[in-house]
Design a protein around this ligand. Structure first.
Ligand code: UN1
Length: 450
């Protein structure tokens, strides 16, 4: 039996279990994950090379999601609308879709699964997970813990191990009712047309090219700290990583000096060491990609700090985060290089900074640092950021699970995690009930048969 068929067979029973009971099983999974927090975080660090404090945070994100799903399991509300007809009721019911396919990346090897799994499973779906080949041990462990709590419903979570071919299998399978894919825009462009060809549904959370704007009224020391984390945290390998920075003319020099000082203080090293802030990149190959981009920037004389590989051990690729100063946006800034490279430039008018920020293909996260109320409001208004996430006085990375997470344009338009993102994993059934004794047509149409 194919893995999708196996998942489908389980879904038929799983969907019959009342949502609050499904919620309790998900919460039980969350509790065993909480008890195993240290062990699981160490596993994330081993496979994804993420620093241990961030791995602990990633497990916290799973626990939060499980609690959220438990609460939601009693709140799958459908609207009731007043009917235009006498003795009629109009109402929405939410049902599971069936089997959800889920593709995740190496950088959040557990939490992104949890965002999807908690909502999908709570809603009565089963899930087939295609994790990154780099972090399959993380997938195996989460599955083991699920199996331990959900004895009768182990197949609610199944894993399809492998590379891109396995992702394409999920994209092509008509029984995968929703394909939720997290990764690069290229990956999205390879799976989404195949899902579209069979008129299936996709939920895409693809690349970002996130920016921050620093206004004259901003608290600079505060902004420097927040933005350093946003640019170099997870070694620049979050889809919400800060990649472009627009600083107002009048504070530019001061701010860049402070940023460079902050960069010099960064502790780079063994990711399992609690005081380490930056671990190695995921692979030698991503180190090479980073250097290709920096080579080009160096040829233009733009690299003002870092970008230097460090030989801290003989297998991993460590590098100092790079700062690249530009006068105006250059083409390479529109690409997402999954490494710690931050492009910095000055601006004069806020509207120009917003326009530059928005003038990239991706639209995930954005932020502004200001203490000027009108600037802050403008930034989150329709004339402001075109991203799925727009932050004030906080960096673009580090979203909480309570909000809907995702972005626009080539980021793919999907929303995961909090708010009403659960609806993406469900189908809506609009129900009209005639409890009267007469047949009346809508819009007052008469169809009297004589
Ligand atoms: C990602 O990089 O794929 O907002 C997700 C954040 C995290 C999630 C990042 N909570 O940075």
């Amino acid at each position: 039996m194919s893995i999708v068929k196996k998942s489908q067979a389980c879904q038929v029973n799983w969907r019959k279990l009342p949502a609050p009971k499904r919620g309790r099983l998900i919460l039980a999974w969350g509790r065993v994950i909480e008890n195993a927090q240290n062990e699981l975080a160490a596993l994330i660090t081993r496979e994804s090379k993420k620093v241990i404090t961030e791995s602990m945070g990633e497990i916290q994100e799973i626990i939060d999601m499980c609690e959220f799903a438990m609460g939601l399991s009693r709140q799958l509300y459908g609207l009731t609308m007043p009917s235009e007809r006498e003795h009629h009721r109009l109402q929405e019911l939410w049902h599971p879709l069936g089997v959800v396919g889920c593709i995740t990346a190496f950088n959040f090897p557990m939490a992104v699964l949890a965002w999807n799994f908690c909502l999908a499973a709570m809603g009565g779906n089963t899930l087939v997970w295609k994790p990154s080949p780099k972090t399959e041990g993380c997938a195996t462990r989460l599955k083991q813990l699920w199996d331990a709590v959900a004895i009768e419903y182990k197949d609610v979570l199944l894993i399809s191990y492998g590379g891109a071919d396995k992702a394409l299998d999920l994209a092509d399978d008509p029984n995968v009712k929703l394909l939720s894919a997290t990764g690069s825009c290229e990956m999205g462009k390879s799976v989404a047309p195949r899902v579209a060809k069979r008129l299936g549904r996709c939920l895409l959370e693809l690349g970002g090219n996130n920016a921050s704007i620093i206004c004259p009224s901003a608290d600079l020391s505060f902004a420097v700290k927040a933005l350093t984390f946003a640019a170099v945290g997870t070694t620049g390998q979050r889809c919400t990583t800060l990649r472009r920075l627009f600083v107002h003319d009048t504070i530019y020099e001061t701010f860049i000096e402070q940023l460079k000082l902050q960069y010099q203080k960064l502790r780079i090293g063994d990711p399992s060491e609690p005081s380490t802030q930056i671990g190695p990149l995921i692979s030698q190959e991503s180190g090479k990609k980073m250097q290709q981009v920096l080579k080009y920037c160096r040829s233009l004389g733009l690299v003002v700090h870092g970008g230097v590989p460090l030989a801290l051990d003989d297998h991993d690729y460590y590098v100092t985060p790079a700062l690249v100063e530009v006068d105006k946006p250059i083409d390479i800034m529109s690409e997402e290089t999954f490494a710690p490279i931050l492009y910095v430039m000055r601006y004069h008018e806020l509207s120009d900074a917003i326009a530059m920020q928005n003038n990239v293909k991706q639209g995930l996260s954005s932020s502004i640092f200001t203490n000027d109320h009108s600037e802050a409001e403008l930034f989150i208004s329709t004339e402001g950021s075109d991203c799925g996430l727009a932050n004030i006085n906080i960096g673009p990375s580090g979203a909480e699970i309570g909000g809907a997470f995702g972005g626009e344009k080539e980021t793919g338009g999907g929303r995961e995690s909090g708010s009403d993102a659960w609806k993406s994993y469900m189908r809506r059934s609009t129900v009209t009930v005639n409890y009267g004794k007469r047949l009346t047509l809508s819009q007052g149409i008469r169809f009297d048969e004589k």
